[in-house]
Ligand binder design. Structure first.
Ligand code: ATP
Ligand code: MG
Length: 460
């Protein structure tokens, strides 16, 4: 069965290389991972499953990260127990997913994903008409066929992601030479690259993200087809692309990933607007700065708001619509609100940015012109806005990128640093000579900057 599957994976009429599916057991002395490095919750789950007579291993990213000397983000478990059998063992658990059914087991505050070994997704018998599991481009639509551990290794994406660690025996099972690849810092796809990308085009994005994040070099055969197959990303459901994009942007290596995506032609169809943005000199600098800041925050373990990040990625689109709306006669604020609506509506469709981020994005954007009104009580009012900090950071990025005068950013930095007496002085210094003129123009109705925006107000 496994041979048959492998010959399908290694489609180009050549048989699977000998190293494939040749099990190598790597003992503790060689790999150096200790059970104490595994999250207690994952240890408990593998232990309980094994006691119940099933096999159970830590799999995927966690084993890979530990071997690379990194701290895993999460610990996934793979087992030969079916989701229903897993569910019976753990009271606090539930079966999730449709395309890929797995069990979420809760212990304490943690949730561990437990998946049953998956097998080949085509029918085993070559004489049978294959059931419709792929779309016309070869993309897998279902991946719910259970299989053996070897089959489970082979259906994974990269060799470094296909290692099984048994925390009880403290040994690693390696069917695909993943251990050697990790040592050589190589990211190698399992099987025929073209076929594996056709099955799931997101693997191309994963290759770029994992290589940047882990400092691995993508193997030549693995990288070669990416440019040609990039358009297949257009067939991937937008919500899945969004999830992958978010992982990429929050990987701590967003800038390197975006540069690499561009080099490989992968941003077309992924972030359709990134094309346009990266070609604008101001926009490119702005996005680079934003990504660099995000990467630094993540590496320092500081929180990062996806809403803020998406606000930066789309800002220059908003800016260009804002300018266009003003040119066609709209006033500052209505022109901006209209631009915000236009860009968000477009991005809901194209990028599938979930609506839960809208409020933050809208607030950050719509507060921007308020930083330029340094008169009366306005700056004080702005300080009390619950989203002030994010909007302020955003404004500083605009200054740093050269879009706004650096003086504005410096003024605000100082305004924040001093006490209220000093703030009053700063304001009177700025507005005293201009006040008369402003008043008059206000009467004429040319500066009706609203104190509040039309966006919904959120706290926290
Ligand atoms: P990260 O550190 O970002 O979590 P990861 O490799 O653990 O990286 P997950 O999305 O958590 O990524 O996936 C867990 C495991 O599932 C992977 O290590 C890999 O074995 C397998 N996997 C994930 N996505 C795919 C895919 N598109 N095709 C095949 N196998 C996949
Ligand atoms: Mg993971």
């Amino acid at each position: 069965m496994i041979r048959k599957f492998l010959s399908k994976v290694f489609s180009r009429k050549e048989s699977a290389p000998e190293s494939i599916a040749k099990l190598r057991v790597i003992r503790n002395k060689q790999h150096g991972i200790r059970a104490s490095q595994i999250a207690p919750c994952a240890l408990k789950i593998t232990g309980n499953l094994q006691q119940a007579g099933y096999s159970a291993y830590i799999v995927g990213g966690a084993v890979r990260d530990l071997l690379l000397g990194l701290t895993p983000k999460d610990f996934d478990v793979a087992t030969d127990a079916t989701p229903e059998q897993v569910r019976q063992i753990f009271r606090r658990s539930r079966i999730i997913g449709r395309r890929f059914r797995l069990v979420h087991v809760m212990c304490g505050q943690e949730t561990i994903e437990v998946s049953t070994f998956r097998g080949p997704s085509a029918t085993a018998d070559d004489n049978e008409e294959p059931i419709q599991l792929t779309d016309q481009h070869g993309r897998l639509l279902r991946d719910n066929v259970f299989g053996t551990q070897e089959e489970d290794a082979v259906r994974r994406d990269f060799t470094v992601n296909a290692l099984f660690y048994d925390p009880v025996k403290e040994e690693i099972l390696d069917y695909l030479n993943g251990f050697e690849d990790i040592k050589a810092k190589k990211l190698r796809i399992i099987g025929d690259a073209v076929q594996r990308y056709r099955e799931d085009p997101v693997r191309m994005l994963r290759a770029v993200r994992l290589a940047s994040k882990l400092g691995l070099q993508i193997d030549a055969d693995t990288v070669k087809p990416i440019g040609d197959l990039a358009p297949l990303l257009q067939n991937v459901p937008p919500s899945r692309l969004f999830d992958e994009m978010l992982k990429l942007l929050l990987s701590g290596h967003a800038l390197a990933c975006v540069v690499e995506l561009r080099a490989r032609g992968l941003h077309h169809g992924l972030l359709p607007m990134l094309d346009v943005i990266l070609e604008q000199p101001l926009g490119e600098r702005f996005i680079k700065l934003a990504l660099k800041n995000t990467d630094e925050r993540i590496r320092q373990d500081k929180p990062v708001s996806p809403g803020f990040l998406f606000a930066t990625l789309l800002w220059h689109e908003v800016l260009s619509n804002w300018n266009a709306n003003q040119k066609s006669g709209e006033k500052t604020f209505p022109a901006l609100f209209k631009a915000i609506d236009q860009i968000l509506t477009l991005q809901h469709k194209k990028l599938a940015i979930p609506r839960r981020y809208d409020a933050v994005i809208q607030e950050i954007w719509s507060m921007q012109p308020r930083f330029e009104i340094r008169a009366g009580r306005r700056p004080f009012q702005l300080l009390t806005h619950p989203r002030f900090r994010a909007a302020y950071d955003f404004m500083l990025l605009r200054c740093e990128s050269g879009e706004l005068d650096a003086e504005l950013g410096e003024w605000w930095k100082k305004f924040l640093a001093v006490d209220n007496v000093e703030r009053e002085k700063m304001l009177s210094k700025l507005s005293a000579p201009k006040r008369k003129r402003r008043r008059r123009s206000k009467k004429a109705g040319s500066n009706p900057a609203p104190a509040t925006t039309s966006s919904p107000s959120i706290t926290g």
